[in-house]
Design a protein around this ligand. Structure first.
Ligand code: FAD
Length: 614
């Protein structure tokens, strides 16, 4: 029999889990709600700010479990949520019980992870996801880092302090933000696509943002008035030293198994992300050339996309450095297909990748497009690969990355930001809920997994099947402009909706209809100090080329507006800068108004779409 019994149990204390638990406590004040959290802190949404009807900004606070529990007891008008610091090790969907290892067992049981059995009425898996590292990371675990939670950023910050050159691999939000935030370290950014930030931007938007990565005068200046969210820090444990040490060891073990909650916007702001490239270690010599991206169109609207940047851009205005340079194998053009095998066969010591210096932040950012890491080599392996007459020293770098463009790049550290893998929790006997192709718990439109009374939300759940799950075509139409991207806002959205579905299940009712929030993909964030709003099919997701046209309005350094149009109706948009268009465009997309009468002039500064809409 279970030692504890709850009406609702939620595994995971990230945004999805906490939102789910708090919504359940509000909907079912008499119910017993429990969060089982492997992490000593939970994430709470605070300071919610509506931007439009569907778009909202919020801050996230990390709260130690005891503090969260205290606050829950003080909430009036709704039930309270209990928390258990433990990792769930399995569950039995037939007996509706889960097993959990306590993180801080009683002192008498020191060293042994005490296990408890918890009975549930409805269970929600909000176990998040883990960073997907490049496959070569296994060979060099200390030299390849991924970013997920506060601990991993603290680890990165520590390792960075002695770094001269870092290779950042990946082209999503984390890599894009990291490259912008790194200071005093040469950055080589290897992206698989032919433009930066490809998960969020098309080539035109990427080009608009590219100048922000240059470091004129050695320092990058943030735009004034840009809000920074809260800072994340490692929570302090006030326990006496022996107990604290024991807890640290246990938590370390638990972290290896279950990473902490994912960070979110401004995750980097509480940490020093700085290398050791300082003015003193550099000589001020010949300036390198500055690769300026092809100029973006001016404010005239156009339906033609802007061209992609050149194959490799070095963004610096600082002079060259005295640092040992990276030998390169025969460089190939970015557009050349990547060799599939190991490193290039006929290496030549080509001129080095440049590094840069000047006063202040002297480091350089170099972007290599259409490239992948083929293998990682030790200095000895790299030396063997290079021709014997090579003068370039290989022992000055702890690791070398052989890239698919033929380049062999010596670096101090590699940051792998290549996406996430959802964390699946197995049921007893190895039988878990059905997973989708990405390894997420496949859920239906009622957030239900394939197992009875088991729901999932946040990064751990997979909604990809919604478009082909046998629902009616009107249901598919309802969510045509929404898709899952494992974002903070979506963790909150799915967590809250899962709670409503679980509440219905407790009452023996069918799941409620989807919230209006599922009618339109919405995301607001900041990259490179610009406000970024993404609505609907902002990158023409699911639309065949020729099936849509993109209208653009670009004022370099100020704003980038792109609308995706299909049959005269707006399907999505990208708004960069303070455009003030989000509310109007959200309405235009939701209402699918026929805008064909405006043609290409929809974005003309002289056309007041607001007036038309009103
Ligand atoms: P998580 O926050 O990962 O929480 C899962 C929790 O489950 C963890 O606490 C974990 O310890 C716990 N857990 C796992 N297994 C078990 C178990 N067996 N037993 C008990 N507990 C368990 N999103 C945005 O919208 N905008 C951004 O700018 C943005 N930036 C990001 C930057 C970084 C560096 C990262 C890593 C993510 C970013 N995201 C961003 C994504 C966003 O943070 C996630 O989508 C969101 O936080 C996921 O929330 P979650 O609750 O589903 O999962």
């Amino acid at each position: 029999a279970a030692e504890h019994q709850y009406d609702f149990v939620i595994v995971g204390g990230g945004i999805a889990g906490v939102t789910c638990a708090e919504t359940l406590a509000a909907l079912e004040p008499d119910a017993r709600v429990l969060i089982v959290s492997a992490s000593p802190v939970v994430k709470a949404v605070t300071n919610l700010r509506p931007v439009t009807k569907l778009l909202e900004e919020f801050d996230v606070e990390e709260r130690p479990l005891a503090e969260f529990q205290r606050q829950q007891r003080q909430r009036s008008g709704c039930g309270s949520v209990s928390v258990l610091h433990a990792s769930c090790t399995g569950f039995n969907a037939e007996t509706r019980q889960l097993r959990a290892s306590l993180a801080n067992p009683e002192p008498s049981a020191a060293g042994e992870a005490a296990e408890v059995r918890i009975g549930y009425g409805e269970l929600c898996l909000c176990t998040g996801a883990s960073p997907k590292l490049i496959p070569q990371a296994r060979q060099h675990p200390d030299l390849v880092v991924g970013i997920r939670d506060t601990e991993t950023v603290a680890d990165l910050s520590k390792k960075l302090s002695t770094c001269r050159r870092v290779l950042v691999v990946g082209n999503g939000g984390i890599a894009t933000e990291l490259v912008y935030e790194l200071r005093n370290v040469d950055v080589v950014w290897a992206v698989r696509q032919d433009s930066i930030g490809a998960v969020f931007f098309d080539a035109g938007a990427a080009q608009f943002l590219l100048p922000s990565l240059a470091r004129p005068g050695g320092a990058r200046v943030d735009k004034p008035g840009v809000t920074k969210h809260r800072r994340f820090q490692l929570a302090e444990d006030s326990a006496p030293p022996p107990l604290k040490q024991q807890r640290q060891q246990e938590q370390q073990q638990m972290r290896q198994q279950f990473p902490g909650s994912a960070l979110g916007p401004d995750w980097s702001s509480g940490f020093k992300l700085s290398g050791c490239v300082g003015a003193s270690s550099r000589s001020a010599e010949t300036p390198t050339s500055t690769a300026t991206p092809a100029s973006a169109p001016t404010s005239a609207p156009t339906s033609a996309p802007t061209s992609a940047p050149t194959s490799a851009a070095t963004l610096t205005s600082a002079p060259t450095s005295a640092l040992p340079s990276a030998p390169t194998l025969t460089p190939t053009s970015a557009s050349t297909p990547a060799p599939s095998s190991t490193s290039a066969s006929a290496p030549t010591a080509a001129p080095a990748a440049t590094a840069a210096t000047s006063a202040g932040d002297a480091a350089e950012t170099r972007i290599i497009y259409s490239v992948e890491v083929v293998s990682l080599l030790s200095p000895k392996e790299a030396a063997e690969l290079l021709p014997t007459d090579t003068t370039a020293p290989t022992d000055s770098w702890p690791v070398f990355a052989a890239l698919s463009n033929g380049e062999l790049l010596g670096v101090d550290l590699i940051v792998s930001a290549t996406g996430v893998t959802p964390t699946a929790l197995l049921a007893d006997g190895g039988v878990g809920p059905a997973l989708d192709a990405e390894g997420a718990v496949a859920v239906d439109r009622g957030m239900r997994s394939s197992l009875a009374h088991v729901f999932a939300a946040g990064d751990a759940c997979g909604c990809a099947g919604w478009s082909s799950d046998g629902e009616t075509s009107s249901a598919a139409e309802e969510t045509r402009l929404w898709f899952q991207m494992r974002l903070w806002s979506q963790a909150r959205q799915t967590g809250s909706f899962a709670a409503r579905c679980m509440s219905a299940a407790r009452r023996g009712e069918s799941p409620p209809p989807l919230d209006i929030g599922f009618e339109l993909f919405t995301h607001v964030t900041r990259f490179f100090s610009y406000k970024i709003v993404l609505l609907g099919l902002y990158n023409a997701q699911g639309l065949a080329s020729g099936e849509y046209e993109a209208l653009l309005r670009v004022t370099p350094g100020v704003e980038y507006v792109k609308c995706v149009m299909h049959n005269g109706r707006m399907q999505g948009c990208v708004l960069i800068g303070e455009t003030d268009l989000e509310e109007t465009f959200e309405n235009l997309i939701l209402n699918q108004l026929d805008l064909s009468q405006f043609g290409e002039h929809l974005l003309d500064p002289g056309v007041d779409i607001d007036d038309y809409f009103d």
